[in-house]
Design a protein around this ligand. Structure first.
Ligand code: AQP
Length: 330
């Protein structure tokens, strides 16, 4: 097995299914940036995964570019890590097809997304097959361990099954990734519905979703209207005070402290909300400005994403060639 197989790589994608949220920043982007330098990192905009559901091509293209600009603006890329758009590296689709020829209909029909959203005559066939694309995303870069939250573990289990089946059938080809539970990351809740995750695919005007590109005024207004409760005491208690606890968690994640310890500093919800607002604006403001500069210079943005795709292509080509040869594809 070549040396890449023993390399520790970080690999992660975000689907451009909406404008990125503060949740995407704290739970994903910012963590990617913090891990840079410690291991080789490949971070991609999973534009093909967003095509499994009905979509608008113009909005899709804009979201893909804007998400790419946000990755770069947050500090990924340059000589620190590889940022690219999934569809710019055709090896992903080609490998996905080889894996479709390895997967069984039975195992794909047990995937949760398909069971929840599929099964109707108008369901896109890609909603059934996309777990093979996800397996391709992972196997192409020979990541040995894939840190995932609970909702993604089924995909990694399938990836392991496909890699093992392929290796047994056609000879040792893939590194079989290990599933490691992701370190607990901040899980940001919706400001209006604190029992729910803050989600990028919520309607664009959802009042409880803080977008990374919201202006300071919009951020302040959304936080001012955030749902709390009527007892007026700032206390960290996610069970009985989910709205207030979510605000404390956001504030704590941004300043690197613990939410329960922060609570006594605030004598009421107004000061807490004002402090969260300041912290969110301070964190997102510079990223938004850099994003806007990149979007105003599309040639430079495309150049940076093309350079990332070139590097990703070089890394992925070795494994793809090995898989093609093993399967007898000349
Ligand atoms: N609210 C959140 N708090 C913390 N982390 C979050 N992530 C998403 N929402 C929160 C992290 O962001 C990355 C996005 O991965 P994805 O594109 O596969 O989408 P997802 O996990 O399904 O997240 P979304 O934003 O809710 O998208 P939609 O609305 O399209 O389903 C992951 O690393 C995730 O943990």
């Amino acid at each position: 097995m070549n040396t890449a197989a023993t390399r520790e790589r970080d690999l992660s994608g975000i689907t451009p299914s909406g404008h990125l949220t503060l949740g995407n920043h704290l739970g994903a982007l910012r963590r990617f940036v913090q891990r840079q330098g410690r291991r080789e990192g490949f971070y991609f905009i999973a534009d093909l995964h967003a095509l499994t559901m009905p979509h608008d091509p113009v909005r899709h293209r804009l979201l893909t570019l804007s998400t790419g600009a946000l990755f770069l603006a947050a500090g990924l890329g340059a000589d620190r890590s590889v940022v690219f758009v999934q569809s710019h590296v055709p090896a992903h689709v080609e490998m996905a097809y080889l894996l479709e020829c390895t997967a069984h209909v039975g195992e794909l029909s047990r995937m949760i997304q398909f069971k929840e959203k599929g099964g109707r005559p108008g369901t896109r066939a890609s909603l059934f097959t996309y777990p093979c694309l996800m397996a391709a995303d992972i196997l192409l870069y020979e990541a040995r361990s894939v840190p995932v939250g609970g909702d993604q573990s089924q995909h990694v289990e399938l990836t392991r099954d496909l890699a093992e089946r392929f290796n047994v059938t056609y000879g040792e080809t893939f590194v079989v990734p290990e599933l490691v539970p992701a370190a607990l990351a901040a899980r940001v809740a919706d400001l209006q519905h604190p029992a729910r995750k803050m989600s990028k695919s919520a309607p664009d005007d959802a009042a409880g979703v803080l977008r990374m590109l919201d202006s300071p005024d919009v951020i302040a207004s959304k936080i001012r209207r955030a749902v709390t409760d009527s007892d007026g005491e700032v206390r960290y208690d996610p069970e009985t005070k989910p709205g207030v606890s979510n605000l404390l968690e956001i504030r704590a994640a941004l300043v690197g402290s613990d939410p329960a310890g922060l609570a006594p500093r605030f004598r009421g919800y107004g000061p807490l909300k004002a402090s969260v607002t300041d912290a969110v604006i301070a964190e997102l403001g510079p990223i938004r400005r850099r994003h806007d500069e990149l979007m105003a210079d599309p040639a430079e943005l495309v150049r940076l994403l093309d350079a990332g795709a070139e590097r990703a292509h070089s890394a992925a080509a070795t494994v793809l060639t090995r898989a093609r040869k093993a399967m007898g594809v000349a």
